[in-house]
Design a protein around this ligand. Structure first.
Ligand code: HH2
Length: 292
């Protein structure tokens, strides 16, 4: 561990600005509900591939307490092949168009492609959830500076097609920390204020089970970056491997990860199961309010 890891760079009460939406912390944790408009996502592939089903599901997740809806048109599960830009746009744009303006919460576009992000923002999305932050920074930064959209900047080692083959780190936590710090600095140099940025260690993206556990265990150290942390553990395979359960039986493990991460300082949670996660978070927040 490098000592620099522990030096806070700004006060621990950041705000996150995503277009016309502002999340001012401290406040209750924010749950981002997942809507995958894909035939092949690992947890919900095919269920919301039809735009009408995706729109209905987004409204249902908001009713359950989601404060951001994350729309994705490309599965990034381990081993997934790339989806062509035109196809990704065909999947997500009709859904975003139907949601923006009447959902009441910001829509996020889960994409690695700057052109998909650009058209999604034009169609009404308020933030970009970029699992490819390692690769496309300057194009995304141009968009962010021009639009004021929010940005989830996530760490990934490699590419989805091969990232789980042999993920290797010399010092995992300092490496991921340094990556996120460097991206934050680059974004600022490119005209994107830190207020627009949320950071994510990228559980499952070029990480073994052991790596995911180490990152969760050390999550508190990433709060020194001075930006809200988002955690995406929901239904992921490391939970299945630890508990020996299939994807449909990972709710308890997912909620456990969210609660641990909340205690470590995470402020946003990307989940499939919105209602149980919101309830669990509200419960520990109520307890925390009485801690002396
Ligand atoms: N995980 C997935 C997708 N997008 N974005 C962020 N910021 N953090 C994550 O951990 C994250 C993410 C993978 O989950 P899912 O969307 O459910 O599956 P698929 O990629 O198969 O569509």
């Amino acid at each position: 561990m490098t000592p620099a890891l522990d030096q806070p760079r700004s006060p621990a009460s950041p705000r996150f600005v995503a277009g016309r939406f502002v999340f001012q912390f401290p406040r209750p944790a924010v749950v981002m509900g997942i809507v995958n408009v894909t035939p092949d996502s690992f947890a919900d592939g095919g269920r919301y591939y039809d735009p009408a089903a995706a729109v209905d599901h987004a409204h249902a997740l908001v009713a359950e307490g989601a404060e951001i809806i994350d729309i994705g048109g490309e599965s990034t599960r381990p081993g997934a092949g790339a989806v062509a830009e035109a196809e990704e746009l065909r999947r997500v744009l009709p859904v975003i168009e139907r949601l923006s303006g009447n959902l009441g919460v910001p829509v996020s576009i889960d994409t690695r492609k700057p052109e998909v992000a650009r058209q999604a923002l034009a169609a009404g999305a308020s933030l970009i959830n970029d699992v490819g932050a390692a690769h496309n920074m300057s194009a995304m930064a141009t968009l962010l500076a021009a639009t004021g959209a929010g940005y989830v900047c996530m760490h990934m080692q490699g590419e989805p097609a091969t990232m789980q083959q042999r993920p290797t780190y010399t010092h995992l936590v300092p490496e991921v920390h340094a990556f996120l710090r460097a991206r934050l600095d680059q974004l600022q140099l490119l005209g994107v204020p830190p207020d627009q940025v949320v950071l994510d260690v990228g559980l499952g993206f070029g990480k073994t089970v052991e790596h995911n556990l180490q990152l969760l265990a050390a999550l508190g150290r990433f709060t020194t970056l001075g930006r809200p942390l988002l955690v995406g553990a929901s239904r992921k395979s490391f939970i299945g491997k630890i508990l020996g359960v299939e994807v449909g039986d990972r709710l308890s493990g997912s909620v456990a990860c969210a609660l641990w991460a909340a205690r470590e300082g995470a402020l946003l949670f990307r989940v499939h199961d919105v209602a149980p996660t919101v309830q669990a978070l509200r419960m520990i927040e109520a307890i925390r309010d009485h801690a002396t």
